[in-house]
Ligand binder design. Structure first.
Ligand code: ACO
Length: 350
């Protein structure tokens, strides 16, 4: 039977490293001021989240630019030419512009727009984007719809954060980055080959607990603020009920992990690595404890990159692959949770 195989993986983060000590001095152009502009500190951030630093793009960078670099690396890793890609799935909550979606910009930047005219799907499941995208890609490949799918998660968060004490609970969490995988079909009857399992879920009653409005389409005009007036424009920035998100994330990521094992009959003896979404190290440690995951199998990168939303899973796998830990053919269990609420889990061979 046809199974879906990961052919290659790649990631990209911008060069600029922003440490916790620097972030409190940044203005909204990301220029460090002598004065403290946000009342926060390294000890609070590390203790509550595990984050030490994150990466920021230079002004003028689009989300599709980060996606392009990650995609080039994934294509090179797969030994697949960009011209062979017959479908792009782009997961992001920070698209280049409102419409069209970022997938078509990535297609154009890859130089394949007029050559392949491949379809470009943009998906909007925030931190759960990678697992949702993997489920879509798996279905497309198993049904023979496409043969070479580029699945990318990419985010530029640093331009939409509130650099003041008012926004500190969210601002310190996020970083910029991208991760990509190339997927294709493989003839195999081994149920543990390639993409073994995907499950996606959502609960829309949680939508108000983590959101970024920017605009309200029910209003005319649909922009209800003066973008130059920081004090009165709440709509430009993300809003989060951190505690509620935290508690639900621990619950759903634990249950999704346990269900993935129950549904497949696999145990931690079969799985090489647990790669959870990277929102908060404490969330991941609690999930690992509840789901009885061997600590040496848990991979995190939030310390270095913060929360890069749709990019965290491929970015974390690639980071630890480059560090020599993750090897080709290893079996990964990944679980995600994000705004929506959305969540899910996947088991796949890298
Ligand atoms: N620096 C210093 N103090 C801060 C900061 C900061 N950056 N942020 C908040 N505080 C203060 C608060 O104002 C509060 O002060 P008070 O007690 O005087 O009112 C105090 O610290 C404690 O705040 P809490 O909200 O209770 O802190 P908590 O331990 O809950 O940690 C956090 C906050 C880190 C945001 C946590 O709730 C969390 O990680 N939530 C989940 C985030 C998440 O998973 N997001 C989902 C993914 S994102 C996506 O899908 C797009």
């Amino acid at each position: 039977m046809i199974r879906t195989q990961l052919l290659g993986i790649g990631s990209y983060v911008p060069d600029r490293v922003v440490k916790n000590d620097e972030i409190r001095h940044l203005n909204d152009r990301h220029v460090a001021q002598e004065a403290v502009l946000t009342e926060t500190d390294d000890a609070w951030i590390q203790q509550r989240t595990g984050i030490k630093e994150r990466r920021y793009v230079a002004e003028g960078t689009y989300t599709s630019d980060l996606a392009l670099e990650a995609s080039r690396r994934a294509l090179a890793d797969a030994g697949v030419a960009a011209e062979e890609i017959d479908c792009i799935i782009f997961a992001t909550l920070s698209p280049d512009i409102h419409f069209p979606g970022s997938g078509v910009y990535l297609q154009r930047k890859l130089g394949i727009a007029d050559k392949t005219q491949c379809p470009c799907f943009d998906i909007r499941q925030q931190c759960s984007g990678f697992v949702y995208g993997l489920q879509m890609a798996d279905a497309f490949i198993k049904t023979g719809t496409y043969r070479r799918i580029l699945l990318v998660g990419a985010e530029v968060h640093s331009h939409s954060l509130d650099y003041s004490t008012r926004g500190r609970d969210v601002m310190v969490l996020f970083g910029d980055g991208a991760g990509a995988v190339v997927l294709g079909p493989k003839e195999s009857d081994d149920p543990r080959d390639g993409v073994v399992y995907t499950r996606a879920a959502a609960d829309g009653t949680g939508a108000e607990y983590l959101y970024l409005k920017v605009f309200d389409i029910s209003k005319a005009p649909y922009l209800q603020y003066d973008p130059k007036d920081r004090e009165h424009n709440q709509m430009m920035y993300p809003h989060m009920d951190g505690k509620r998100v935290y508690v639900r994330a621990v619950r759903e990521m634990n249950l999704a992990t346990q269900k993935a094992l129950a549904d497949t009959g696999l145990t931690w003896a079969d799985i090489d690595w647990f790669v959870p979404h990277q929102a908060n190290l404490r969330i991941n440690e609690q999930v690992a404890q509840l789901a009885q995951i061997p600590p040496e199998k848990c991979l995190n990168t939030i310390q270095f990159y913060g929360n890069t939303t749709a990019a965290t899973v491929p970015l974390t796998i690639d980071h630890w692959r480059q560090a020599g830990k993750v090897k080709k053919g290893d079996l990964v269990l990944s679980t995600v949770f994000g705004s929506g609420f959305t969540w899910g889990a996947a088991i796949f061979r890298v």
